[in-house]
Design a protein around this ligand. Sequence first.
Ligand SMILES: [Zn+2]
Length: 619
Amino acid sequence: MLKYSLFICSIVVFFVSCKPTHSDNVIEFNQAMQTFSNYEKVTCKHLDWKAKINFELKEIKGTATWTFENKSNEKFIHFDTYDMSIIKAKVNGKETQYFVTDFNKEFGSGLSIPISEKDSMVSVEYTTGADATALQWLAPSQTAGGKLPYLFTQCESIHARSLLPCQDVPANRITYNAEIETPRGMMAVMSAKNPTEKNPEGKYTFEMEIPIPTYLIALAVGDIDYKAIDDRSGVYTEPSMLEKSANELSDIPSMMKVAEKLGGPYKWRKYDVLIAPPSFPIGGMENPRLTFATPTIIAGDKSLVSLIAHEMAHSWSGNLVTNATWNDLWLNEGYTTYFERRIMEEIAGKDYNEMMWELGYQDMQSDLNDMGLNGEDTKLKIDLKNRHPEDAFSNIAYEKGAIFLRMLEENMGRKAFDIYLNKYFQTNAFVPMTTEKALTFMRQHLFNGDSSIETKLQLHQWIYEPGLPNNCPKINPIRFIEVDKQRSAFEQSGKVENLKTSNWSTHEWLQFLRKLPHPFAISRMELLDAQFQLTNTSNSEIADEWFKLSISSNYEKAFAKMEQFLSKVGRKKFLQPLYFELMSQEKYKPLAKELFEKYKNNYHPQTAEKIRGIVSPKK
Ligand SMILES: [Zn+2]
């Protein structure tokens, strides 16, 4: 395809934005790592970042000063950038020339700066571009308070390069300091030591002294306040959301206790959560010290806080032991999903937790069906050569990864597995982890060198082959047996008054709605809606499932509320299936396109791009 033509020979001879004087400067695009940087030879260690946030221009003007180590006497340091204007570059304080390669929509541009053997510091002054994929600028109307604008970043997987010039690979770790200037009346927070009060001048300083990969650099600016939950945890969010968010998240301290039992001591000092505005594109992002989370988890009954357990678990799997490449994403997400379920088992009980395992299993099955049982991306270890990492982000890394670990736990025994898991995090803390290295560790510390166990448990099939091996654990949640019974009785009789739902959590509702026939008779949809006000539910998980069923059943009475949902909620997980469902029926295709045109500016650029692919598929 055209978009990859630049990289066919693995070498990109860059072109020049200043006058070139070095004819030997070649930026090699590292396809496997999706980077222009030469991080293995010249390695960035620390970032000093100064940035001024300009909401009128929707632009950050910044200076990124990098301290680096030139291990092999290289003549250039190469960075990743994405859609930014470079103003000037300095080496050890002295202005110098720089070179920028052609822009590629997937990977951005390489930035190259000449250095000598004794240099150790380079700084780049720049402004971010209108297409910076890490940034979402919200108008006041898109926030809960409606008065001030808002900015947040989302750098995973390779979007940090649009926030600042960096060596944008998960395999390298850096520390950082930042000085951020915001308009008055706003607070800035980062994945670092954070303020708890607004500064009247809008001046904030930050320090992250524990090394992190660049995808964990994070910033949010807005009308943000803080409320402590205990001395280690608290909530940052808009003032009108503060009380209810703090109530919803009051289990954080007990979750943390369970997590530490499993993973070892929490190494990041504070654990706070930022509840972002509704257009936040994903469920949560595990930015160290400050998880960013969607407000759609504030359901009023704590039924969706497993998302926080997930992000908290990333403090070990992902943030401490980090996938070395995006091919190894399952090490971040599979371990975290398993870890999350173990936290939830303690917090909410086994029966409750089994429902989450089952819903996750259903999500994985749906992806396996979509990708085909032989689909390359259904392997745990994937191959992203020449692709954007997010091309292959799916439930496979999360759910197949997690159930693989559950299979190991069931076979090796929980006690032995927990010892192994704890050792995995403690021994490999701050180390980039490849699948191969993780397997070696598993062979030594879980199988104790007994290769027959590996064969019996089909280790190779699980990791390197597509589909699902036949020793996948069976999940059969007791609480769903009752839901299924009630559902089939209702399907046969249509007696909505016989449905006993008062004890149902979100998960029971999801099971009920997912297992109803798609399409379902409109007369029955009406009965359900009249009885349970599903069209008007404020629970976004249930709403999403109900709207999906409504589209497939042509139950158009729900469409006005669905439109409101699509206009307000930015979470990709909810938007994608609804647009898919609309596009799957000829008669709703124009509606899908119309809704996207109307609301695309409310979506995060990464999400808008995905939805565009759904409503206007390439022929
Ligand atoms: Zn995750």
